[in-house]
Design a binder for this molecule. Structure first.
Ligand code: SF4
Length: 509
C-alpha cells in the first residue's frame, strides 16, 4: 500500500477574524488551557487520540452531542457558541429530522470576556428548568466558549429536579462527531450512575425482559436490536437498552445490563461508566459468519452461558447467514471509507459477500473494541486505516481504481468525477440493517445495484468529455484561458508567508 500518501499536518495560519475551525487548533488549545480547561482537554486527548487530521474534515464534531440530546425525550439541548456554528448545527440537525428546537445562548465579545455569557447561560437554564416538561437540560460549549473557559462545571447539578449536563465539545479537542456522541452519552451515564448509587431510581417506561439483557452501545438501524435479540434468544439472553438512549430512565436500564456490546467501538467515556458499574464489555458485532460466530461466543462466555447453548445460538444464526450468502454475491473491487465508526463492520460483510475489498478507512480511532475486526480484515489482505484523512481515502480510490467507491461526500464526488460508481456511506450504507442474515441480502442488493451503473457513467463521461472540469467549470462565452503565471505568483506568496511564520515560531520557541 505504498502509494497511500503519508499525511504531514500543516500548521494553520492564525485566524484574523476570530477563532473557529479555520483557526489553528494549537492556538485554540492554548487559549482553552490558559482559560482553565486543561483538565478537560487532557481527558479528551486520552479518550479520543488524534490522527493525521486534528481539525475536523467532516461536519462539526458538536453535531454528535447535539444529535444525542435532541433524540432524547424530555431533554432540552442548548448551544453556547458562535452564531455561524449554531446556524450550521441547527441546519444539520433539522436536515436529519430533529423535530425539536435547538436552544441557543448568544454572546458577543463583551459578554464573552466579562463573564456575562456564563451568567446568561445560568439564567437560561434556570428559566428552562421546568420539571413538568424536562428531565434534563444539556448545555454544550462550542469552540469559542471552550477556548474562553466558560465554566459550565459551575452550573448547578440540578434545578427543580431537572438535571443540568454541561459539556465542552470543541472541534479542537474532539476529532469526530461520532466521538462527540460518546462525550454526551458518557456524561449522562456518569450522572445516572451516581443517581443509582445514591438510592432507588425510576424503572424504565417499557417493560423489561425477565432474562439477562445485553446493552447495545451505538446508534443503529431500528431493526438491528430485534435481529440481535433473535440471535441471543437460544442463549436465554435478551436485548436490553440501546445507548445513546431515547430518554433519561433508560440510562438506568442500560447500566443494569448483564453485559455491554460495544457495537460501535468509539464510546470510550461511556465504556468507562459501564466498567465502573461492573459490566463486562464485548467488542465487534454479529456481522458475517466469522463475526457472528465469535461475537456469540464472547457474549455467552461473558454472561456465563453454557457451551451447548452458545453452540445452539451459533448454529441457528449461522445457518440463516450461510443460506443468504449461498445465493447472493458481490463481484467487484471496492474501497470503503466513512466517519460513523461502523466502517469495519460493513467491511467484514463485504468481504464475506465476496467483494474484492482493498481499503477501509475510518475517521474513528483504533480501540480495543474494534481490534478484532481490524485483525480479521488485515488477515484477508484489506488495508485498514484508522483516523483516515480525506487525502488517504482519495489516494485509495486512485490507487485501487475500484468498481465501487463507498465513502463520505467528497470521496463520492471524487469518484463520480472519475466515472466510478459510488455510494455515500452515511445515508446509503450505515442507515440500513447490519446484523444477521437480513443485512447481507440488503447490502448485496444496494452494492450490486450501484456497481451496475458503470455503463451509465461511461456514457455520461463520453458525452461530456472534458467540459466543466475543475477551474474550467461553468458557462463561458469564450474558452477559459489558464494563467500559469498567476498560479506561480500565488505559490511564491504562500511560500514566503510560510517562511515568515516558521521564523516567527522559531523566535517564539
Ligand atoms: S463549533 Fe464546530 S463549526 Fe464552530 S468553530 Fe468549532 S468545530 Fe467549527
Amino acid at each position: 500500500m505504498a502509494n497511500i500518501i503519508p499525511i504531514t499536518p500543516v500548521k494553520a495560519e492564525p485566524a484574523v477574524d476570530g477563532m473557529g475551525c479555520h483557526a489553528g487548533s494549537e492556538l485554540m488549545q492554548q487559549a482553552a488551557s490558559a482559560a482553565g480547561k486543561s483538565e478537560v482537554l487532557s481527558q479528551y486527548a486520552a479518550d479520543y487520540p488524534k490522527g493525521p487530521h486534528d481539525q475536523p474534515q467532516s461536519m462539526c464534531p458538536a453535531f454528535g452531542s447535539l444529535r444525542v440530546g435532541l433524540r432524547m425525550r424530555r431533554t432540552a439541548t442548548i448551544l453556547s457558541g458562535s452564531a455561524c456554528c449554531v446556524y450550521g448545527l441547527t441546519f444539520t440537525s433539522h436536515f436529519y429530522g430533529a423535530r425539536r428546537s435547538v436552544g441557543y445562548v448568544p454572546f458577543n465579545s463583551e459578554t464573552l470576556v466579562t463573564g456575562k455569557l456564563f451568567e446568561d447561560i445560568r439564567e437560561t437554564v434556570h428559566a428552562q428548568a421546568d420539571p413538568a416538561k424536562l428531565d434534563a437540560i444539556v448545555i454544550i460549549n462550542l469552540c469559542v466558549p471552550t477556548a474562553s473557559g466558560v465554566p459550565l462545571q459551575l452550573l448547578p447539578q440540578s434545578i427543580n429536579g431537572v438535571r443540568i449536563i454541561g459539556i465542552d465539545v470543541p472541534g479542537f479537542g474532539v476529532p469526530t462527531h461520532a466521538e462527540a456522541k460518546d462525550l454526551l452519552t458518557g456524561a449522562m451515564l456518569r450522572y445516572a450512575r451516581q443517581e443509582i448509587m445514591a438510592g432507588p431510581v425510576p424503572a424504565p417506561r417499557q417493560a423489561r425482559s425477565d432474562k439477562p439483557t445485553i446493552t447495545l452501545l451505538g446508534e443503529m438501524f431500528p431493526a438491528d436490536p430485534m435481529f440481535i435479540g433473535q440471535m441471543l434468544a437460544p442463549m436465554d439472553l435478551a436485548v436490553g437498552t440501546v445507548a445513546p438512549t431515547r430518554e433519561w430512565r433508560e440510562l438506568y436500564s442500560a447500566l443494569d445490563g448483564a453485559a455491554v456490546a460495544a457495537i460501535h467501538p468509539f464510546y470510550i467515556a461511556s465504556i468507562r461508566e459501564f466498567e465502573a458499574a461492573g459490566r463486562p464489555i464485548i467488542g465487534s458485532a454479529p456481522v458475517g459468519i466469522d463475526g457472528t460466530h465469535d461475537w456469540l461466543g464472547a457474549i455467552g462466555r461473558a454472561t456465563g452461558v453454557a457451551q451447548a447453548k452458545i453452540d445452539d445460538a451459533r448454529n441457528q444464526a449461522l445457518a440463516a447467514i450461510r443460506g443468504v450468502l449461498a445465493h447472493t454475491k458481490i463481484n467487484g473491487r471496492i474501497t470503503l471509507s466513512g466517519y460513523e465508526g461502523s466502517e469495519l463492520l460493513v467491511a467484514r460483510w463485504l468481504v464475506e459477500c465476496g467483494a474484492d475489498l482493498r481499503y477501509v478507512g475510518s475517521a474513528c480511532p483504533a480501540t480495543p473494541w474494534n481490534a478484532h475486526d481490524a485483525a480479521w480484515l488485515q488477515a484477508k489482505g484489506v488495508h485498514v486505516q484508522f483516523r483516515a484523512s480525506l487525502e488517504q481515502d482519495l489516494a485509495a480510490v486512485q490507487e485501487f481504481k475500484p468498481n465501487l467507491a463507498i465513502g463520505t461526500t467528497p470521496v463520492v464526488q471524487f469518484a463520480k468525477e472519475a466515472a466510478i460508481p459510488s455510494l455515500y456511506f452515511t445515508n446509503l450504507i450505515s442507515a440500513r440493517p447490519l446484523m444477521g442474515a437480513a443485512a447481507a441480502g440488503s447490502l448485496v442488493q444496494v452494492i450490486n445495484g450501484a456497481m451496475g451503473n458503470q455503463a451509465r457513467f461511461d456514457t455520461m463521461n463520453a458525452f461530456f468529455g472534458e467540459v466543466g472540469k475543475a477551474d474550467q467549470a461553468g458557462v463561458w462565452s469564450e474558452l477559459p484561458q489558464t494563467h500559469p503565471e498567476f498560479r506561480a505568483d500565488m505559490k511564491r506568496q504562500r511560500e514566503k508567508k510560510a517562511k515568515i511564520r516558521a521564523a516567527q515560531e522559531a523566535i517564539g520557541s
